[in-house]
Design a protein around this ligand. Structure first.
Ligand code: AOF
Ligand code: ZN
Length: 344
């Protein structure tokens, strides 16, 4: 990868997880071998990377080159087209790495038509970085990551339900990093009422906590739930109208909501990535309905023995029917393992 593109990519990577439905993008402006500006898209609805980079320049951009990780946009969305800004300030060459598959975007052609030199310089690592963005753009639902921590024998808890502190410090801080990278975090009513989780992202220097989403079923909220103190307003799907008394604190959505309708509803609210933390009833439903993109399993070096609390709560009558996954990554975190799977 060209070193200016690599610098732009670093800017994009640093802002991953804070741009919501939008992709994280970085841009670097170079003139006569000198970096004269740089910028990143810092949040949903905020100026795009190219405009940030242009605004940061203290000298003329006339005749300069711009390196952008994604094809510049050419449409009026929440912000005006980047192509207009690039043309206006006299940039003469544009290098971009990933093609924007958003059908509204045809920046390459627009720039060419205005006489600018445009080069698409694809890079496998940058394409992989944008794959989740293009996935939800097409599926119109958030990318779903299922997460669970298990014992070596695949149990989520002891038979009596004890499940705290399964994995060690390194695995737990990795989970907080994953939370930070997702727009929303989902748990079932059982987990909420039994464990009273905070559902925040606690990483060094703070962290951007995901919106809590609770599939409460017929359960009833109380006045002392931890999520009351969550920095973001939780969305609660429930069949129990008694929960309407918490409408000031939460976004209460009454009714029988099938999972796919919930995902559509969340996407319509700007949520493009969802981190599902269980419990096992919830994990089972997502797996059974094939509504996931990745499964993260953190395995502790412990044996829980006989326990009802398994990752998948149903039985299969044949090997073919069982859930088949593809192993994507293996990481050692302290004494624990982090396994990342996709659909086979
Ligand atoms: C760019 N540079 O930094 C980003 C781009 O609603 P808007 O105006 O923010 O537009 C969002 C779309 O723009 C998004 O779906 C994607 O196609 C593109 N994102 N484009 O030129 C950027 N973030
Ligand atoms: Zn743009």
């Amino acid at each position: 990868m060209n070193r200016y593109m690599s610098m732009a990519f670093e800017l994009a990577r640093m802002t991953a997880g804070q741009t919501g439905k939008n992709p994280a993008v970085g841009a670097v402006i170079v003139k006569e071998g000198k970096v004269i500006g740089m910028g990143a898209h810092l949040g949903y609805g905020k100026p795009h990377a190219e405009r940030q980079a242009i605004a940061s320049c203290s000298e003329s951009t006339e005749g300069a080159d711009i390196y952008v990780t994604l094809e510049p946009c050419s449409h009026y969305g929440k912000t005006p087209p980047c192509t207009e800004a690039i043309i206006e300030v006299g940039i003469s060459r544009v290098f971009y790495a990933a093609k924007d598959l958003n059908p509204k975007v045809s920046g390459h052609q627009v720039l060419l038509d205005s006489g600018i030199h445009v080069a698409h310089t694809p890079d496998a690592i940058i394409d992989r970085f944008y794959a989740p963005f293009f996935k939800h753009l097409v599926s119109k639902r958030p990318n779903v990551t299922l997460k669970c921590a298990t014992s070596l024998d695949g149990r989520l808890a002891l038979d009596d339900g004890t499940s705290s502190w399964i994995t060690g410090e390194a695995a737990r801080s990795d989970v907080h990093n994953e939370r930070h990278q997702h727009d929303a975090i989902l748990v079932g009513g059982g987990t909420l009422l039994h464990d009273d989780p905070k559902l925040t992202a606690r990483i060094e220097g703070g962290g951007d906590s995901p919106v809590p989403v609770i599939l409460l079923g017929h359960g009833e909220l109380s006045d002392d739930q931890m999520i009351l103190r969550h920095p973001k307003r939780a969305i609660i799907y429930t069949t129990n109208e008694a929960n309407l008394k918490y409408s000031e604190n939460y976004d209460i959505r009454i009714g029988e909501w099938p999972l796919d309708a919930i995902l559509e509803d969340l996407y319509a609210q700007g949520i493009s990535s969802l981190f599902v933390e269980g419990g096992s009833t919830i994990l089972t439903s997502f797996i059974k309905q094939q509504l996931y993109d990745r499964i993260l399993i953190y395995i502790a070096p412990k044996i829980f023995g006989e326990s009802r609390h398994t990752l998948y709560k149903e039985q299969f009558s044949s090997m073919e029917e069982s859930v088949h996954l593809e192993l994507i990554d293996v990481e050692k975190l302290g004494s624990d393992l982090k396994l990342t799977y996709g659909k086979a």
